[in-house]
Design a binder for this molecule. Structure first.
Ligand SMILES: [Zn+2]
Length: 350
């Protein structure tokens, strides 16, 4: 029994000691935590003070650079980007088709002195110099040649419609509106609607005047000579000539020149024959120009146009040769009205 009591007392002391140590430790820990909290509080307050001081002197601002060159500062990146799109990229102006910034601005968020002013408008002005602007205008053409330029499609359409309706009874006009682009504003030489109409009037009047002077066969205008003016050529046989080489009088005009020389159709029309002519013309082309007028090109070395093809005056249709009943390279040119051969020299190569 004694031994048991002794153990009980020892156990009691052990438990009590343990509890005491625990209390001491707990106290110490409590004290330590307080110290840590205190330490961090001081740091936080210190940081707070530093932040307050910094934010009193400095502000976060975007520095803007373009290709490494500093342009200035802006308050907000987003609203500045909006300003760029509004005032530069999507700017509206006469003739402006589209605007491209040559280099994109770079932004860097920085703390700068509150004294530093932002300069959005100045940067916009600098960026304006770093753009490529494509300008657009509209040309009115007569026979594919520009006669007048205006700023808008509406104006161009008005000019064309007015002129067309005015001359509708006199002449068939090839008037077109062509979109033109340039990066150089100086190149644009647009006219007001009235001036444009006057310019076109003059051009059409000149065309009518030239048209009246033009060589015509039965109302069909001969706009092109069959051989270029710089081609060396001689008349080798005239219309109506009688010769032992032919069964009847010559129905065309023979123009001797180098083989391969391009032959051009004299007026607009449709090819009605293109092939080998068994009656002596060799490779030949016959073109119908309307009003009963046809032209024939014979003895060709090559034929380029085909039956049914629609031609414009001056189109190259064949090459000079010596095929068929021929003694050397030459163009045999025939002009027919309602199937009757006329003397070509009444009209050309007089
Ligand atoms: Zn001939």
């Amino acid at each position: 029994m004694q031994r048991l009591e002794k153990y009980a007392i020892i156990e009691d002391v052990r438990v009590k000691t343990k509890r005491r140590v625990y209390i001491i430790l707990k106290r110490k820990l409590k004290y330590g935590t307080k110290e840590i909290i205190k330490f961090f509080s001081i740091i936080a307050i210190g940081l707070g003070i530093i932040i307050v001081i910094i934010s009193m002197k400095y502000k976060p601002t975007y520095e803007v650079k373009i290709q490494g060159v500093k342009l200035g500062y802006v308050k907000s990146k987003n609203s500045f980007e909006e300003q760029i799109s509004e005032e530069i990229v999507n700017q509206v102006g006469t003739n402006i088709d589209y605007v491209v910034l040559n280099a994109q601005p770079e932004y860097e968020l920085k703390l700068v002195s509150r004294m530093q002013e932002t300069n959005e408008n100045e940067i916009i002005a600098k960026l304006q110099d770093e753009t490529s602007i494509t300008y657009k205008y509209f040309a009115v053409t007569l026979d594919q040649k520009i006669k007048s330029c205006v700023n808008t499609l509406e104006e161009a359409t008005i000019v064309v419609d007015d002129i067309k309706s005015e001359y509708a009874n006199n002449i068939e006009l090839d008037l077109q509106v062509v979109e033109k682009y340039t990066n150089n504003l100086q190149e644009i030489n647009t006219e007001t609607l009235e001036v444009a109409e006057t310019s076109l009037h003059d051009a059409v009047d000149l065309k009518i005047e030239e048209d009246n002077k033009a060589i015509k066969i039965n109302g069909i205008k001969l706009s092109s000579m069959p051989l270029d003016s710089n081609v060396s050529k001689i008349i080798s046989s005239r219309f109506g000539e009688v010769s032992t080489v032919r069964k009847s009088a010559h129905k065309g005009l023979d123009i001797a020149c180098a083989a391969g020389t391009p032959i051009k159709v004299m007026s607009k029309g449709t090819v009605v024959f293109a092939g080998y002519d068994a009656n002596g013309l060799g490779n030949a082309i016959r073109v119908d120009h309307g009003n009963g007028v046809q032209t024939v090109y014979g003895h060709c070395s090559e034929l380029y146009a085909k039956v049914g093809e629609t031609l414009s005056a001056g189109d190259v249709i064949a090459a000079v040769g010596s095929t068929g009943n021929s003694t050397g390279p030459h163009l045999h040119l025939e002009i027919r009205i309602n199937g009757v051969a006329m003397n070509p020299q009444w009209y050309v190569y007089k």
